[in-house]
Design a binder for this molecule. Structure first.
Ligand SMILES: [Cu+2]
Length: 183
């Protein structure tokens, strides 16, 4: 590859530098880190959510597919949590060094919190009977949890994940779960 670059550079004369960059782009060690994308989704109904939680908590993005505040709790309690609250994809396969970028395209805040084992979040009535996992304990009073919050329309980038399996969930809506496999 290097020989090819040199030959190309000589032939191209003044364009050698640009040519070298072009070829370097094709080699692995010179590639910028790639990005794996995770999207957080929800269908919060702004009228009922904001009546319960305050103005502007939920911004409507669901265009008619909204779930009312009490329905979200009823479904979670029944063990059939609303599938509109979701991280996509459910499983991410990526190489070590890849940036994991999480964007909240839903209407309300979420967390993207690494946990040792999937389980309940910090709002008991949304846990469907599962116990709160230690990583979500005390909710946003716990700075470690607050740091993993993602607001509507914003991104969170996770870097430096070690090889192996990593589990992430939302500490508010704990059925929002992602498994990340780093090779
Ligand atoms: Cu959430």
């Amino acid at each position: 590859m290097k020989i090819t670059v040199t030959k190309f550079g000589l032939l191209a004369g003044g364009l050698m530098f640009a040519g070298g960059l072009m070829f370097a782009g094709g080699t692995q060690e010179e590639d910028p880190p790639s990005v794996a994308q995770v999207v957080a989704l929800d269908e919060c109904d702004p009228f009922t959510f904001n009546a319960a939680l305050g103005a502007d908590f939920c911004k409507n993005v669901a265009l008619g597919a909204a779930t009312k505040f009490t329905d979200l709790f009823a479904k979670a309690k029944a063990g059939t949590p609303d599938p509109g609250w979701d991280f996509e994809p459910d499983i991410v396969h990526m190489r070590k060094g890849t940036i994991l970028d999480v964007v909240d395209q839903g209407g309300e805040p979420h967390t993207f919190t690494e946990v040792a084992h999937f389980g309940g979040g910090f709002i008991g009535d949304l846990n469907g009977g599962e116990a709160t996992v230690p990583e979500c304990a005390d909710g946003f009073k716990n700075l470690a949890v607050a740091k993993t919050r993602i607001l509507q329309g914003s991104h969170s980038q996770i870097t430096g994940l070690s090889k192996g399996e990593h589990l992430f969930e939302c500490c508010i809506h704990p059925w929002m779960r992602v498994k990340v496999e780093v090779k």
